[in-house]
Write a new protein. Structure first.
Length: 267
């Protein structure tokens, strides 16, 4: 079975508290985007994990696909499989690629071995693998709170038929380091309320709390955000804990001749 785990972007990301378990309370909207890894899972005689494309900077046993397989295997009599991951989504970019691979491993195993697990059960398994993982179990935009795992479906009419330009500055940002530099703050308005306001208000209202510290340490990332506004973006921001930045455009944006990886998608 072949599946295509997508990347996500965060629209606004507020960090509102530090929890006793060391995680942070967040308030964000997450949206899948059409940038995909490729994941193939086939039954075999002994467990094997291989990967291609961009190299993943952790040993195979730490790969979230492998962790997802063994998590399900602890509760079900799963046969051995060969998992092959072709990595395309940039790592440490705030695009949730590893989380998506983990969620899609659960989804594929559920289907391949007819485990009959419903969405809620799959989300509970996903939450054990990472805070962003439950989001990838279903494909619609979500307003996410808690440590990211409390989700509510949301429609974002402002984004209908808009264009997205995404830059990968190729700067690896560790999520836990990024969180450790943040002082949580209470918020007056939720991100859900803000994304339902007109898109023309977003640049003044939507905030990613990671931008202040990440931009201070990496001027190149804030320059890319400025570049997106210069190019005519209606709204531009960093995704998650960075380093990827995106802009939302009314019309198809031109590609720049910057020596940097960029993608353009219609939403
Ligand atoms: C930045 C976001 O991508 C926004 O969607 C997520 O909050 C990160 O989610 P993730 O990559 O799935 O994170 P996890 O794998 O669960 O946690 C990695 C590390 O990030 C920190 N972490 C993560 C999520 C959260 N709500 N609070 C945290 O403090 C913790 O130090 C944790 O050890
Ligand atoms: N399948 C995988 N793909 C990518 N990274 C993985 C995977 N499995 C484990 N990892 C580890 O997770 C780290 C970060 O992964 P990921 O791509 O999800 O980060 P991110 O883009 O910053 O996402 P997030 O928005 O969740 O913080 C990698 O540096 C790697 O060590």
């Amino acid at each position: 079975m072949i599946v295509f785990p997508p990347a996500k972007i965060n629209l606004g990301l507020r960090i509102t508290g530090k929890r006793p378990d060391g995680y942070h309370e967040i308030d964000t909207v997450m949206l899948q985007i059409p940038l995909f890894d490729i994941l193939e899972i086939v039954p075999t005689t002994s467990f094997l994990f291989t990967s291609g494309g961009n190299s993943v900077d952790c040993p195979p046993e730490m790969n979230l696909c492998v962790k997802a397989y063994y998590l399900l295997k602890s509760d079900f009599d799963l046969p051995p499989v060969h998992i092959h991951l072709h990595k395309i989504i940039p790592m440490g970019a705030g695009l949730g690629g590893g989380s998506s691979d983990a969620a899609y491993t659960l989804l594929a195993l559920n289907e391949l071995f007819q485990l009959q697990l419903n969405r809620k059960t799959l989300e509970n398994y996903a939450a054990q693998l990472g805070s962003d993982c439950p989001f990838f179990i279903s494909s619609s935009p979500k307003y996410c709170t808690g440590r990211g795992e409390i989700m509510k479906d949301i429609e974002i009419p402002s984004l209908s038929e808009k264009w997205l330009k995404l830059y990968d500055p190729k700067i690896h940002i560790s999520t836990s380091n990024a969180y450790s530099g943040i002082r949580p703050q209470a918020i007056n308005k939720t991100t859900e309320e803000q994304v339902l306001e007109p898109l023309s208000d977003w640049s003044d209202s939507l905030i990613n709390d990671f931008e202040t510290t990440v931009f201070q340490e990496n001027k190149a990332i804030s320059q890319l955000k400025n570049q997106l506004y210069k190019d005519g973006a209606l709204y531009a921001a960093m995704s998650g804990s960075g380093s990827a930045v995106y802009g939302v455009f009314e019309h198809i944006p031109k590609k720049n001749q910057l020596s940097i990886q960029e993608w353009v998608f219609q939403l």
